[in-house]
Each structure stands twice: as C-alpha cells, then as structure tokens.
Design a protein around this ligand. Sequence first.
Ligand SMILES: NC(=O)c1ccc[n+]([C@@H]2O[C@H](COP(=O)([O-])OP(=O)(O)OC[C@H]3O[C@@H](n4cnc5c(N)ncnc54)[C@H](O)[C@@H]3O)[C@@H](O)[C@H]2O)c1
Length: 250
Amino acid sequence: MDLNNKVGVITGAAQGLGKAFAEALLSKGAKVSISDVNVEVGRKTASEFEKKYGKEKVLFMKCDVTSSEEFEDVFKKTKTKYGNIDIVINNAGIVNEKHWKKAIQINLMGSIEGTLLAIQYMSRSTGGQGGVIINIASAAGLQPVFTMPTYSASKHGTVGYTTSWAQNPENTTNGLRFNCICPTFVDTNIIKITDDNTLSKQASEQLLQHYGVMGVEKVVEGVMEVITDKSKNGAVLKITSQNGLEYLNQ
Ligand SMILES: NC(=O)c1ccc[n+]([C@@H]2O[C@H](COP(=O)([O-])OP(=O)(O)OC[C@H]3O[C@@H](n4cnc5c(N)ncnc54)[C@H](O)[C@@H]3O)[C@@H](O)[C@H]2O)c1
C-alpha cells in the first residue's frame, strides 16, 4: 500500500506512540488527523508537524475518546477536510487501577467506538473506499498482569474485539482490514509508576526490569508493516524487546 496522500486518523496522538505513528505516516506522504484530550501538548505537536510537513497535511482536534460527540466530530471534520479516510489507529490509552472505570472507558470502549466509526466511514457499503483499522492493545492483553488487572482486562477486551471483527465475512466487500498491536513496555509517559496505576510499585519495577523498555521505533515499525502489507490482515502483532515483531495468528 502506497501511503502518499492517504489519510490517517490517530487518537491520543499528542505524544508518545500516537505522535510517533503520525510522524511515520507524514514522512511517507500521508495526511493525518491527530486528536487528544490534552489540547496544549496536542497543539504543540500539530504545529511542529505543520512546520515540517505543511499545514495542509495536518488536522488537530480536541477529542476525549469517552465523548461520542467529540469522537464523531473527528471523523466528520477529517472527511470534510481530506475527502476520505484510509487508516484509523485507536491509540488513546491510560493505566489507572484506582479509576478503573475510566480506564475501561478509554482503553476498551474508546477502541470499540473508534472501530465502529472507522467501519462507518471507510466501508464501501456506506460510501467509503475501504481501509485499515489498527487497535493498540498491549502484551498485557495476551497474558495476566497481577499489578494492573483492569489494564490487562481492557487490553484483552481490545484483542478479542479486534480479532472478532477481523473474521467478519463482509470485510472483503467493504475493503476493511483489522490488526491489533501488543507491545511490552515502551519508553513513553504511560510507564511511569504511580500509586494510581499499579497494585504494587515494587512488583511493577520488577516487571519493567524483567521485560526491558523499547524505543517507540520498534512499535512504529510494526504498525507501518501491518498498514502497508495487506497479507498481514487480521494479525495480532506482539512486539517485545527480546524477540521484536512476532505475528501470533498468521
Ligand atoms: N508505552 C507502553 O509501554 C505501552 C505498551 C503497550 C501498549 N501501550 C498502549 O499504547 C497506547 C499509547 O500509549 P503511550 O505509551 O503512547 O502513552 P502516552 O501516555 O505517552 O500517550 C497516551 C496519549 O493518550 C492520551 N489520552 C489519554 N486519555 C485520553 C482520552 N480520554 N481521549 C483521548 N486521548 C487520551 C494522552 O493525553 C496521551 O497523549 C495506549 O493505548 C497504551 O495502552 C503502551
């Protein structure tokens, strides 16, 4: 898949992995619609991208993925500005065991809402031209993690939701592909250990040491691979510092 002039929608893209996915798409000639609940950092990122890649290639909007209204607005305005949507990356996420309902709302329900909007806007049967939907889950969605049970549950849910959609027989006619990305620890703000995001700070430190921390480039490589390689349709991609990219169900 040639990314020149393709359009990517990325949630939670002010910083961290979302920002890195957006930059990777821009560097291949794509246009991006980036959104985040953090408006200050989001605007800064957007203006950085505008200077580097041109104003016409970047759209930034405030979007809290728990707000159906704001989320739908992202898709509407992206379609109005660019005419089409080709790639949707549901990336926004938090780790919070104290406010566990919020974590489920953002991580799991946000990915579900983003997937449904992507299907609505990209399906050929509803006027789209097909496209690829990538949900950012986690290695915590493939195995239990006793320090963060809610996070693990939200990511298991995201894996189940994405792989279930991947089996829908109507995907071929609608031109839709689905992938799920499951990395271990990546060097972003989310891995900072706080009282709110773990049941045991000490055990979390040990887990970090055991698995190690990857740079964002490794995950960007995986995401770009599933976007551009249509044969990876439906795959769950596990990414670790030890083994790199591993396709689990191909
Ligand atoms: N960094 C890791 O170790 C790691 C590993 C596996 C999976 N992930 C997943 O990758 C994704 C990106 O995380 P990251 O590592 O870049 O962390 P990050 O904290 O750097 O970025 C997350 C972004 O999501 C935004 N966000 C939070 N709540 C939101 C909401 N309600 N609506 C919209 N945006 C919201 C934040 O403002 C932030 O910009 C998350 O889904 C995370 O679970 C991260």
